[in-house]
Ligand binder design. Structure first.
Ligand SMILES: Nc1ncnc2c1ncn2[C@@H]1O[C@H](COP(=O)(O)OP(=O)(O)O)[C@@H](O)[C@H]1O
Ligand SMILES: CC(=O)OP(=O)(O)O
Ligand SMILES: [Mg+2]
Length: 372
């Protein structure tokens, strides 16, 4: 499994019979000053060396691909044609797809005989309704430019919503709100295993406040900045790299933000308040979208590890039937319920496992292909 991201390459060799992880690693800070790795090519060559001792045991390579455009509604066996279509979707995810493609290119070169599979972040969201998918703009222009909601983090969300549904004893029928809070952050409404709405849009910039991305804002702000003298590229770079928590307080790591909040730092307090306010709004919105919610599931680095964020976001939602149990909320790791016994909506913490989900989906498509 290769997750070749914007600044890191995560890789795992998984034996699905266990499942057992035979090799696992992350190469971070690619291209930054002082890094051993100047580009993805070099990092991926190293991954190839790490995996080499197990070459005989390899049966396939699964790749995370962030944007699958309108074409891919499930995983795809990689061919030259599939590569071309991933390239065509790259302008919609300029931070992610080019690195994903670098991973595919190097692994196809190192292992030309192995089947390679692309697992798309967008695929799980392909079931969202036209009402949730459509932006209210000129339809001809939307069609011509491919403007619609796609949604991201689908591989993580598919996995987490399934585990959360099992935790509440409704594996087939649960309605789940998944909050994936990592560097990127998204909220998704899942009904009976199918995505019905999600906060990220045509690109991974819409929705929640993120580490360095703004999430929702009035599109008028963009024109105001451009008319004020910024170029479109400058505005985009600001909204993607210097906004979110980082834009508000100069730190994008929630741990640092929380330390500063504890020390009474006003910028950090505002950043934290804006982050939690937006999240709470989306929970309310998705309760309305779903009508009935069985479980709210937190995942991603912040969602899994930060009891204070979960507490602040959910405080005041008792009217909506959501009550945390403070002891469970502060307890250590693992997939678990953290709601109080009298909470009519359960709250779960589920460590995500995109790698396992990619491996499972890769094996699934190979099994199906071999049957045909
Ligand atoms: N104990 C913690 N408390 C609060 N935030 C945490 C904690 N541990 C990790 N995080 C946050 O998780 C973020 C990374 O999330 P992760 O899901 O690993 O990111 P990525 O999107 O790169 O996969 C970090 O920026 C950090 O803010
Ligand atoms: C799509 C996306 O935002 O991914 P990440 O959180 O890995 O940046
Ligand atoms: Mg992530």
């Amino acid at each position: 499994m290769i997750n070749s991201g914007s600044s890191s390459v995560k890789y795992q060799l998984i034996d699905l019979d266990g499942p057992t992880r035979l090799v696992a690693g992350t190469i971070g800070r690619i291209g930054e000053p002082g890094s051993e790795f100047h580009d993805h090519e070099a990092a991926l060559e190293r991954v190839g060396e790490e995996v080499a001792p197990h070459a005989g045991e390899l049966t396939a390579v699964g790749h995370r691909v962030v944007h699958g455009g309108a074409t891919f509604t499930g995983p795809a066996l990689i061919t030259d044609d599939v590569v071309k279509q991933i390239e065509e979707a790259a302008p919609l995810a300029p931070l992610h797809n080019p690195s994903n493609l670098a991973g595919i290119e190097v692994m196809r070169r190192l292992h030309p005989d192995l089947p390679q599979v692309a697992v798309f972040d967008t695929a799980f969201h392909s079931t969202i309704t036209p009402a949730a998918r459509t932006y209210a703009i000129d339809r001809e222009i939307a069609e011509r430019f491919g403007v619609r909601r796609y949604g991201f983090h689908g591989t993580s969300t598919a996995y987490v919503s399934r585990v959360a549904a099992e935790l509440v004893g409704k594996p087939e029928t649960a309605n789940v709100i998944v909050l994936h809070l990592g560097n990127g952050a998204s909220a998704t409404a899942v009904s009976e295993g199918r995505c019905v709405d999600t906060s990220m849009g045509m690109t991974p910039l819409e929705g929640l406040v993120m580490g360095t991305r703004s999430g929702d804002l009035d599109p008028g702000v963009i024109f105001h900045l451009i008319r004020g003298g910024m170029t479109p590229d400058e505005v985009e770079a600001m909204l993607v790299h210097r906004a979110g928590l980082y834009g508000l307080c100069g730190d994008n790591d929630m741990r640092t933000v929380l330390d500063r909040v504890a020390a009474g730092d006003e910028d950090a307090v505002l950043a934290y308040d804006v982050y939690c306010h937006r999240l709470r709004k989306y929970i309310g919105a998705y309760i309305a979208v779903l009508g009935r919610v069985d479980v709210v599931a937190f995942t991603g680095g912040v969602g899994e590890n930060s009891a204070p964020v979960r507490r602040k976001v959910l405080s005041g939602l008792a009217q909506m039937g959501i009550r945390l149990d403070p002891t469970r909320n502060s307890s250590v790791r693992g997939a678990r319920l953290v709601s109080a016994d009298d909470s009519s909506v359960a709250v779960a913490v589920v460590p995500t496992d995109e790698e396992l989900e990619i491996a499972v989906e890769t094996a699934d498509i190979l099994a199906r292909t071999n049957c045909e």
